[in-house]
Design a protein around this ligand. Structure first.
Ligand code: SF4
Length: 439
């Protein structure tokens, strides 16, 4: 049986201490251990406010974890993360996150180091027939403490411990995970990640949880839950159950069960802490709903969008396109002629979608789509947004060609669009920004 602790978050340090002790403690970590902490910093908006609730690991739990390690006199502590940056600038995105959340204070206060996966050497590693490039330093760690957020994910159903490990991969390897080949697709790669990494401890941050994640477009809840386990797969099964989803319905968890010779249900788990994981939280949705005919997301239908076909994102859409797609969506929602039907436009994204042959215009988003379909004879009028990442200027040109009238300051408005999502939580005392700032 595998122990998984589930406790209520009530107060700094002590709640995490309770969870860690119920999960078996930190005895295996000695003062000489080299310890890496992997949080989940999947997105950051510099210079504007945005909801971090359920999107990012809280600064509160990261500091509490560091404090527990310092109590054991551990001195070699490193935070490791790779935050995707669309445009490479001198200051890395992780440095911006560190400044924004005050993690650099942890560096000064406790000597914690920071390693940016995307700006540090990688090493090629092979396991179970898969070769990927991963951060080289993390391979030297004695202990990896994985600190994901308790959230659902619109492509992978949940994004918990296994999914968080993907952030240790180089960008080319992350892209490889989103393969179009069903035998080596994202499910396959996520289920394989435990062949490469063996976290000593998983701490799942459920102070805020997120439905329809993983990014700010999801809806956060104040849930006050911490999950802790020395067994990463068990932590994910319990986290999934807390979100109201059967682990046996999550493709990468069922495949991982097969790989590990385990069961995808909770029958091999001893839940400690006295919380009923099946009823403690409200069920969290993971998919964005489509309309009845399945050709348009409900957020477009409710906004009165007509003359557009926009399929669900599948697992072949990888990091850059997943970020860029908000420009595509917001472009439609902000269009000055949105009150009239668009001119029968179909949008194709990711690596697997193909044109239906029945629309007047087809917009191909990203170089994978351009490569796959720009010469497809089923397309009547093809409009491309080239690049990986796809180019914002390319989007302006493409929308002009398609007759979608963007406001003249569209890109500037996009820079501050994250603030729109803050309104959901404004004035609600449960949503407290101080969880995301080291004091
Ligand atoms: S174009 Fe998009 S889907 Fe293709 S590799 Fe780049 S990010 Fe991934």
């Amino acid at each position: 049986m595998y122990d998984v602790a589930v406790v209520r978050y009530e107060r700094p340090l002590e709640s995490l201490r309770e969870a860690v002790e119920l999960a078996g403690g930190l005895e295996s970590i000695s003062r000489d251990s080299k310890v890496f902490i992997k949080p989940n910093f999947c997105q950051w908006y510099e210079g504007v406010s945005f909801p971090k609730y359920g999107v990012l690991t809280t600064a509160r739990l990261i500091e509490d974890m560091v404090l527990l390690l310092k109590e054991r006199d551990v001195t070699d502590i490193t935070l490791v993360e790779g935050v995707v940056e669309i445009e490479r600038k001198p200051e890395s995105m992780l440095q911006k996150v560190a400044r924004g959340m005050g993690l650099d204070i942890l560096a000064n206060r406790y000597g914690m180091k920071m390693i940016d996966v995307l700006r540090s050497p990688s090493a090629r590693v092979t396991a179970g027939g898969v070769t990927i490039s991963v951060n080289r330093d993390v391979l030297q760690a004695d202990h990896l403490i994985n600190m994901p957020v308790l959230k659902t994910h619109s492509q992978t159903v949940v994004s918990l411990g296994l999914k968080n490990l993907k952030g240790l991969l180089s960008i080319p390897s992350r892209k490889k995970c989103h393969s179009i080949n069903p035998h080596t697709d994202l499910t396959y790669h996520l289920a394989k990640l435990l062949d490469f990494f063996s976290p000593s401890l998983t701490i799942m941050d459920g102070i805020y949880t997120l439905e329809r994640g993983p990014l700010i477009t999801g809806r956060a809840y104040r849930s006050n839950i911490i999950i802790a386990s020395k067994d990463p797969y068990s932590a994910d099964k319990v986290g999934t159950t807390l979100l109201g989803i059967g682990p046996d319905t999550v493709p990468h968890l069922t495949l991982a069960a097969t790989n590990l010779g385990r069961t995808p249900d909770l029958s091999d788990i001893n839940i400690r802490g006295g919380i009923d994981v099946r009823t403690a939280l409200k069920p969290h949705l993971w998919e964005f709903e489509q309309n009845e005919s399945g050709d348009l997301p409900m957020y477009f239908e409710r906004a009165g969008v007509r003359g557009l076909t926009y399929p669900q994102a599948d697992t072949t859409m990888c990091t850059y396109c997943a970020d860029f797609i908000y420009y595509v969506i917001w472009g439609v929602l902000m269009a000055e002629n949105r009150d009239k039907p668009f001119d029968d436009i179909e949008v194709l994204h990711g690596k697997a979608l193909d044109p239906s042959g029945i629309h007047k215009h087809t917009l191909l988003v990203g170089q994978c789509q351009v490569k796959r379909n720009s010469k497809n004879p089923l397309i009547n009028h093809c409009v491309n947004i080239n690049g990986c990442p796809p180019s914002r200027e390319g989007l302006l040109e493409a929308y002009a060609e398609l007759g979608i009238d963007l406001p003249h300051d569209f890109l500037e408005r996009m820079r501050t669009s994250s603030e729109t999502y803050m309104k959901r939580y404004a004035g609600n005392p449960e949503f407290d920004e101080s969880f995301y700032k080291i004091q």
